[in-house]
Design a protein around this ligand. Structure first.
Ligand code: NAI
Length: 302
């Protein structure tokens, strides 16, 4: 079996000073990638900053014989994103891989959530993915190669009590992926999204200790590396991953039904009376773009 290598590739891993991001940075470097280890070095709620988190990971990579450079910018501003990409360009001359992983939490039930809590979580997760990816995407387009991984969450995909800001931001990165996948297609830029579950400082207070011990972040790492590799030809996909479970999950469109003939009025009662078919997921499938959804209207718009 051939080994997946990253020789000659340059990767940016955001939030790589701890948890999942640290495992990605170490694993990519161990397989030959030059890595920008970005981390703001703050606490789990996004307050504070420091250089130690990123520096320690860079030291570990170098001690193992790999190549890495630290960056301490926040992903949450375009200035920060540009500087993270500049760090890759200045030190390694290009950028092939972006792993948008940096994250924080400010959990609150919906009525109690403040504007500040909403803004900071969206700024790190959603705006952060834009701020880092946009400057890198320009280089990827020019070089005709790119692999991007966004990080969503089961909370965003399926819901979780008390994580309104986080759920909204985490679905946002799926929307961003959908668009970048379409715009990147002809430049060999592939983007996918993972929904991990892993033991980290973000989850240590919300998981029972026995479960926490089993959810090693290293079980998520191989999927991220595969999606980051040249061998991966898939794009615009979402994957759950935890403790050795890997599963594709998607936003899909069901076949549904057509009411009327495109000319006559449709009544509210017809919606009620056909609710079983309208709400059914029968023959659901992912669409390549919104344009594909027009095919379902066929008979009434032709
Ligand atoms: P973690 O707290 O161990 O790591 C996140 C890292 O991001 C930290 O080192 C932190 O300093 C850094 N960071 C935070 N704000 C930053 C900013 N503005 N700029 C640069 N770096 C920043 O957390 P973990 O669990 O490793 O999370 C990684 C990603 O995975 C996050 O996006 C998280 O939302 C996501 N995730 C994690 C799950 C889990 O079970 N651990 C579940 C679902 C999603």
């Amino acid at each position: 079996m051939s080994e997946i290598k990253f020789d000659g590739r340059v990767a940016i891993v955001t939030g790589a000073g701890a948890g999942l991001g640290k495992t990605y940075a170490l694993a990519l470097a161990a397989r030959g990638a030059k890595v920008v280890v970005n981390d703001l070095g703050g606490s789990t709620d996004g307050s504070g900053a420091g250089t130690k988190a990123a520096d320690l990971v860079v030291d570990e990579i170098k001690q193992a014989g790999g190549e890495a450079v630290a960056n301490y910018d926040s992903v949450a501003t375009i200035e920060g994103g540009e500087n993270i990409v500049k760090t890759a360009m200045d030190n390694f001359g290009k950028v092939d891989i972006i792993i948008n992983n940096a994250g924080i939490l400010r959990d609150k039930s919906f009525v109690k959530m403040t504007e500040e809590e909403w803004d900071i979580v969206n700024a790190v997760h959603l705006k952060g993915a834009y701020c880092v990816t946009q400057p890198a995407f320009k280089f990827m387009k020019a070089s005709g190669y790119g692999r991007i991984i966004n990080t969503t969450s089961g909370a965003g995909l399926y819901g979780n009590f008390g994580q309104n800001n986080y759920c909204a931001a985490k679905m946002g990165v799926v929307g961003l992926m959908n668009n970048i996948a379409i715009e990147g297609a002809k430049y060999n830029v592939k983007i996918n999204t993972i929904a991990p579950i892993a033991a980290s400082r973000l989850t240590q207070d919300v998981m029972p200790p026995d479960l926490f011990a089993k959810l090693k972040p290293e079980f998520v790492t191989p999927l991220v590396l595969y999606l980051s590799s040249e061998e991966n030809q898939d794009t615009k996909m979402i994957f759950n991953c935890a403790a050795g479970w890997f599963s594709r999950t998607e936003v899909m469109c069901a076949e549904g039904m057509i009411i009327g003939d495109g000319k006559r009025e449709i009544t509210t009662e017809e919606i009620r009376d056909n609710w079983g078919k309208i709400s059914s997921l029968d023959n659901a499938k992912p669409l390549n773009s919104v344009v594909d959804s027009f095919a379902y209207l066929g008979p009434v718009i032709s």
